[in-house]
Design a protein around this ligand. Structure first.
Ligand code: PMP
Length: 431
C-alpha cells in the first residue's frame, strides 16, 4: 500500500501543528511511530486516504461515528443548519427538542445542558458536584479517561488512601491532591478510600462500562456498591457516559445496569459527528448551575443548531428497530472470527466485547481492570495494527482503544476484516 501523500502531508503538518496532530492519540507513537494515514473522505463504513487507499474503519473517530460516514439523514440535518444559520447565540427550539429526546431515553436526566465536548461536560459535572456538596475531593478509577481538564489528569497514589499526583506537566500539585484514584472492579480499595476520605468526597466519577482501557464491564455488584457507599457518605455519583451513551442501546449504560447516577456526562455519539457534550441529572443538583445557581458554566458555541440537528438526526437513526441487535450480531461474528484466527496461528488474545464494541488484548488473562489491560503486549499490538492497516483495516493506534462497529458495516466487511486478521496473526506467529 502506497502512503506517499500521507507522509508528505504529515511532514508538512509537523512544521505547523504541534506533533503534526490535533489530538495526541492520532499520532502513531504508541504503535511504533511513522506517519499516520491522512484521510480524505469517508462513506459508510469505509474511508479513503489521500493516496486513494480504502479502509474498513473501526476507529469511528474514537466513537462518535456510529452511523458511519456521510449518513444521508445526518448530512441533510447538517446542510439544513448550514443554510439556515449555524449559530445565533440565542435559544432555539432545536435545543429543547434535543433535551427532551435525551431525557426520554435516559430517565436519570431531569435537566440537561449542552457543551462542546465531552471534556467540558465532565469538567462541569465535577464543578457542579463540588458546588452542591461544598466538598472538593473526587474519586476516579485507574485507567479511565475523562477528558483533559486538570482534575482528571491525575495519576494514582501508591494506594487507595493516598492522594494523587499530576499526570501531565502543568497540572498543579494542589489540584492533584484533591483526587483519589482506585482500581476499577475492586470493592475493597474503594471502601478503604471512602473510609479515609468519605466525608470530603464531592463526587465519584465513573465510566459505568469502561471504554478507555478497552471495553470492560463492571463486575456484578461493584457499581451498586459504589453507589450505595457514595449515597451513605453524601457524595455525588457522576456517570461519564461520553463513550457509552447510545453505544449499546437507545439510552445510556446506566439503564442497562439498572443504576441512577446523580449526574451524567455525555458526548461523542449524541453529536452525530459534530462537536458536542452534554451533562444532566437530578433537578436539585442541576439547579446549582448559572443562571439559576452559583456554579458557572457557559459556551459561545454550546447548543449550536448544527450540533443539535446532527445529534437529533443521529438519534433518529439509532431509534430504528433492530439497529443494536445487528451491531451485536456483527460484533459476535467479528469476535469469534478473530479468536479463531488467532488460535489457528497460536497467537494469544483476549477479547472483551459489548455488542458492537470490542477490544483485543494481546494477553491470555481476563481483563477487568487497568492493571490487567496494561499487560496486553503493546509491541505485538503495534505490529498487528500496521499489518491490519496494510490490509485495509483501520484500527485506533493504541492497544487501549476499542474497535467500534457502525450501522454501515456489513457482514462482508466483517469477513474481510477476519481474513486480514488471520494474515496479521500469521505474520505475528513468524517471530
Ligand atoms: N470521557 C470519556 C469516557 C471519554 O472517552 C472521552 C474522550 N475519549 C472524554 C470524556 C473526553 O471527551 P472529548 O474528547 O469530547 O473532550
Amino acid at each position: 500500500m502506497n502512503h506517499t501523500k500521507s507522509e508528505e502531508i504529515y511532514n508538512e503538518a509537523l512544521e505547523h501543528i504541534v506533533g503534526g496532530v490535533n489530538s495526541p492519540s492520532r499520532s502513531y507513537k504508541a504503535v511504533g511511530g511513522g506517519a499516520p494515514v491522512v484521510m480524505e473522505r469517508g462513506k459508510g463504513a469505509y474511508f479513503y486516504d489521500v493516496d486513494g487507499n480504502r479502509y474498513i474503519d473501526y476507529l469511528a473517530a474514537y466513537g462518535p461515528i456510529i452511523t458511519g460516514f456521510g449518513h444521508p439523514h445526518i448530512a441533510q440535518a447538517i446542510s439544513h443548519a448550514a443554510e439556515t444559520g449555524v449559530l445565533f447565540g440565542t435559544p432555539t427550539q432545536h435545543e429543547v427538542n434535543f433535551a427532551k429526546m435525551l431525557k426520554e431515553a435516559i430517565p436519570s436526566l431531569d435537566k440537561v445542558r449542552f457543551t462542546n465536548s465531552g471534556t467540558e461536560a465532565v469538567m462541569t459535572t465535577v464543578r457542579v458536584a463540588r458546588a452542591y456538596t461544598g466538598r472538593t475531593k473526587i474519586i476516579k478509577f485507574a485507567g479511565c479517561y475523562h477528558g483533559h481538564f486538570d482534575q482528571v489528569l491525575v495519576a494514582a497514589g501508591s494506594g487507595p488512601a493516598t492522594l494523587g499526583s499530576p499526570d501531565s506537566a502543568g497540572v498543579p500539585v494542589a489540584v492533584a491532591t484533591e483526587v483519589i484514584t482506585v482500581p476499577f472492579n475492586n470493592k475493597e480499595e474503594f471502601q478503604l478510600a471512602m473510609e479515609k476520605w468519605g466525608d470530603e468526597i464531592a463526587a465519584i466519577l465513573i465510566e459505568p462500562i469502561v471504554g478507555n482501557f478497552g471495553m470492560v464491564m463492571p463486575n456484578p455488584g461493584f457499581l451498586e456498591y459504589v453507589h450505595d457507599i457514595a449515597k451513605e457518605k453524601g457524595a455525588i455519583t457522576i456517570h461519564d457516559e461520553v463513550i457509552t451513551a447510545f453505544r449499546f442501546h437507545y439510552g445510556a449504560a446506566q439503564d442497562l445496569l439498572g443504576l441512577k447516577p446523580d449526574l451524567t456526562a455525555m458526548g461523542k455519539i449524541i453529536g452525530g459527528g459534530l462537536p458536542i457534550g452534554a451533562y444532566g441529572g437530578k433537578k436539585e443538583i442541576m439547579d446549582t448551575v448559572a443562571p439559576l445557581g452559583p456554579a458557572y458554566q457557559a459556551g459561545t458555541m454550546a447548543g449550536n443548531p448544527a450540533s443539535m440537528l446532527a445529534g437529533i438526526a443521529c438519534l433518529e437513526v439509532l431509534k430504528q428497530p433492530g439497529i443494536y441487535e445487528e451491531l451485536d450480531r456483527l460484533g459476535g461474528i467479528l469476535e469469534n472470527g478473530l479468536l479463531e484466527a488467532a488460535k489457528k496461528h497460536g497467537v494469544t488474545i483476549t477479547i472483551n466485547r459489548i455488542k458492537g464494541a470490542l477490544s483485543v488484548y494481546f494477553t491470555n488473562e481476563k481483563v477487568e481492570n487497568y492493571e490487567q489491560a496494561e499487560k496486553s503486549d503493546g509491541e505485538m499490538f503495534g505490529r498487528f495494527f500496521k499489518l491490519m492497516l496494510e490490509k485495509g483495516i483501520n484500527l485506533a493506534p493504541s492497544k487501549y482503544e476499542a474497535w467500534f462497529l457502525t450501522t454501515e458495516h456489513k457482514e462482508e466487511d466483517i469477513i474481510e476484516t477476519i481474513a486480514a486478521a488471520e494474515y496479521a496473526f500469521s505474520q505475528l506467529a513468524l517471530n
